[in-house]
Design a protein around this ligand. Structure first.
Ligand code: PLP
Length: 374
């Protein structure tokens, strides 16, 4: 055990943030920490509404609950179908089943690892009610295409922005492209209260249906005053921290540019070159980095992805395998798929994700990642 403690550790999360400490003291002094209702949830709601340009915000107990509530808000249930990426957060798949609908899985783009919007038409049926568009690992789903497709066919979009609060996706704040957008405040996320989430929407009817579903004499999916208290000061710093993370991603990608066998997800100005800076110069797209995703080439490194990830952990670098693909972990009868999902299969086997806390570090920390990898 003792040599375990000697191993370098990745940077801790959450940060020791003095603004959070002050918020906790305020919540103690004004008693809001122990109340059902107080100023903090109200303030958080207003801030999220302003950030997303969405009038209606519902705070929830988690991001997973937010997606479930979004499905309820869209009246999705028995015999309906919901399209999502075969490489996605498992809770999204489970939520579709929870409301009684059928998940329809589409493949991911071979370069970006995101939902391949060119396959939406093949996935569509008369039962299709919604698309879950989930921005993952620093990549972004092409929202103008997803939105146009959905509008053409009268399908709703649930935009899962749990991995990139405050990011810019093709000119709009992540989450605000969807009929409903979802955020997470889970313990590892960029905005954290240990648990929690939120929904944003411009649609009063959707918001009303969600409220009717949650209000059962009390809020059945609540975010507490204490959670809201610690989130508000983090929102103050979100843009600055997103910027710093983006700069460090840029540095890291430059440092890794001559490393064969690791190809980053991040899309830049459309050059197809992984060495380009994240986002585009017009700042129409500035992704968020809860994780930074890479395609790992086992042949180039001469070891398996999982062995490589273990070796990185030993060196104190939080570079881990990504999600399991949904078609490989669920029985065939539970979903429909448009084809064999070859890219999602590859994603299942070869994605690595760098966890975000180190991205608030220094240029030296980025160099240390390169040194560990090489
Ligand atoms: C974390 C996450 C969620 C769920 O959030 P929780 O608050 O942990 O329930 C949903 N979708 C994505 C893409 C996530 O990364």
């Amino acid at each position: 055990m003792s040599n375990h403690r000697d191993q370098p550790q990745p940077p801790a999360w959450p940060l020791l943030d003095e603004a959070v400490e002050a918020a906790l003291r305020r919540a103690f002094a004004d008693g809001s920490w122990g109340k059902y209702h107080g100023p903090n949830c109200h303030q958080l709601t207003e801030r999220l509404a302003a950030l997303h340009g969405c009038e209606h915000v519902v705070l929830t107990c988690s991001g997973t609950a937010a997606i479930e509530l979004a499905l309820h808000g869209l009246n999705i249930g028995d015999d309906d179908e919901v399209i999502l990426s075969a490489y996605d957060f498992e809770g999204n798949f489970k939520n579709v089943l929870t409301v009684g609908a059928k998940p329809v899985l589409v493949d991911v783009d071979a370069w970006t690892g995101q939902l391949d919007v060119s396959q939406l038409e093949a996935a569509r049926s008369p039962r299709t009610k919604a698309i879950i568009a989930s921005h993952l690992h620093g990549g972004v789903v092409s929202m103008p295409d997803a939105r146009a497709f959905a509008d053409q066919h009268g399908i709703a979009v649930i935009e899962d922005a749990c991995q990139m609060p405050g990011a810019m996706v093709q000119g709009r704040v992540a989450g605000s492209w969807g009929d409903v957008g979802a955020l997470s405040f889970g313990g590892s996320k960029l905005l954290t209260a240990g648990r929690g989430g939120a929904l944003v929407t411009r649609d009063a009817a959707i918001a009303q249906r969600i409220r009717v579903h949650t209000q059962r004499g009390n809020d059945a999916y609540p975010l507490s005053e204490l959670q809201a208290a610690v989130l508000v000061p983090q929102l103050d710093r979100l843009s600055e921290r997103n910027q710093l993370r983006t700069e460090n991603v840029s540095r890291l990608l430059t440092l890794l540019s001559d490393v064969a066998g690791l190809r980053c997800f991040v899309e830049g100005a459309g050059s197809g070159d992984p060495r380009r800076a994240p986002g585009d110069p017009s700042r129409e797209t500035q992704p968020g980095f809860y994780k930074l995703g890479f395609w790992f080439d086992a042949a180039a490194f001469g070891c398996s992805r999982d062995d490589f990830a273990c070796a990185m952990r030993v060196k104190g670098i939080a570079l881990d395998p990504g999600f399991r693909a949904l078609h490989r972990t669920h029985a065939r009868g539970r979903f429909r798929a448009v084809n064999d999902l070859p890219n999602a299969t590859r994603a299942d086997e070869s994605i690595l994700v760098l966890h975000h806390p180190v991205l608030l570090g220094t240029a030296g920390d980025m160099q240390a990642i390169r040194d560990a990898i090489t």
